[in-house]
Design a protein around this ligand. Sequence first.
Ligand code: MSP
Length: 505
Amino acid sequence: MPEPFYVTTPIYYPNDVPHIGHAYTSVAADALARWRRLWGDDVVFLTGTDEHGLKMQRTAEAEGITPQELVDRTSPAFRELTTLLDLTNTDFIRTTEPRHYEAVRQFLQVVYDNGYIELSTYEGLYCVACEAYYGEDELVDGNCPIHKTPIEHVTEENYFFQLSRFEDRLLQHYAENPEAVQPDTRRNEVLGFIKQGLRDFSMSRTSLTWGIPLPWDPKHVTYVWFDALFNYCTAIGYGTDRERFDRYWPVDYHLIGKDILRFHAVYWPAMLMAGGEAPPKRVFAHGFLLVGGEKMAKSGSNQVAPADLVAEFGSDGYRYHFLADQRFGPDGDFSHEAMVARYNADLANNFGNLASRVLNMAVSYCGGIAPAERVSGPLVAACAQAFEGARDGMDKLDYASATSAVWDLIRAANSFIEDSEPWKLNKAGDADATAAVLGDCLEALRVVALLASPFIPRAATELWCRLGLDGSPEDQRLPDAAAWGLGPISTTLDKGTPLFPRIET
Ligand code: MSP
């Protein structure tokens, strides 16, 4: 029976069009999902849109339409990221779907019956863009610390979730599970926040109607974050299919941006504990992609649309840049020039050249039939290192080091060709020596196609085909498939056209 593996992205607010910041988490989650499938795991990969709340209601009001009309119009652009970026998400959830409505109401009732929700009056400072309350001390010049926009004074009779009762349990959970929040800087941030003391938070609203009514008091709608976080449970069958739910929960990885860490690493585990469910196994918070040193503004001039970059670099070129050239963890600056430079160096030159020179030479010198690799050729160690490096990188979600391990193999194979000069061996009529060098290179290319497939799936599959191999890299199983010596032998090779044409600036 394959092991279950469950990975999620945040569900995106569709009051905005998708930009590279949204797509960033989705591409990272996809590479992880593909990597785990190579290990034979039964992967559930979830993404979707977060459609309730004041932000959505106000955007709709400003346009003179209903919130439902708004989200029906804007959610599809997020769903389309799947096709655009070759994502292999197994589900796409919208929080306005009936399945979510039902699941949230069931969960709310459990938490309420367990005595963790009570009615009280609240006066507080609310940021609509964050859909969150702030304390006076957290404001920056009287503004929201994240959006730098004015904060609103709100007084409401609300139901409160008793977060304060979970301080000890959360600290104990994080002490027992040090990997539960990653990277370490984020873990320390979360521990610091919990240790300062947790305040109960209001989990219902009467000031708006756009949300899920509380089952025991339908004048109130559920606070958007309480509803949104639960999407992760709805999608795997909470309330309708307990067996399925227990198979995938707790989630292996919630991938999120650093701005929503508190919700995922403090509120969410406490909510789950209150409902008698296990907290997430791991929450990994990455940094922001900045454009010109600034966070992308909503509909701002510095927004970069994934579709524009895909048109220029292809979906593999897009994926490769955000995985290999941006560290997953700290903030990173997006620059078009850096993207072009890295594309030309790593994809057009290193990857593309290796594939085209090896295939071209094997077609002309060996009649297009793949010669065998040597049992212990000079590239055996480089292949083993590429696999180890990719595995270590992916275990830490360090995509940059995982890809760089694979590209080390590409560089090693290119140097091996330079050093052994098969064109000279061929010219001298040494057919055995020529075949030996090219056989080794073809086997290295197979390992490259396999290990690069989570990052650049199109080119990897195309290369696999050109090597004359059966099936696709996705059908292979690690660790066995990474072992040296599995072929291509006597397959018919196809030299094809350049996999990554150079981009001229
Ligand atoms: N709807 C909530 C998440 C609910 S999850 C139960 C939300 N949506 S969002 O659309 O505003 O942001 C979604 C994700 O995109 C967040 O993880 C956020 O960090 C990420 N990004 C938005 N802009 C970003 C960058 N410029 N760079 C990297 N990621 C950023 O929050």
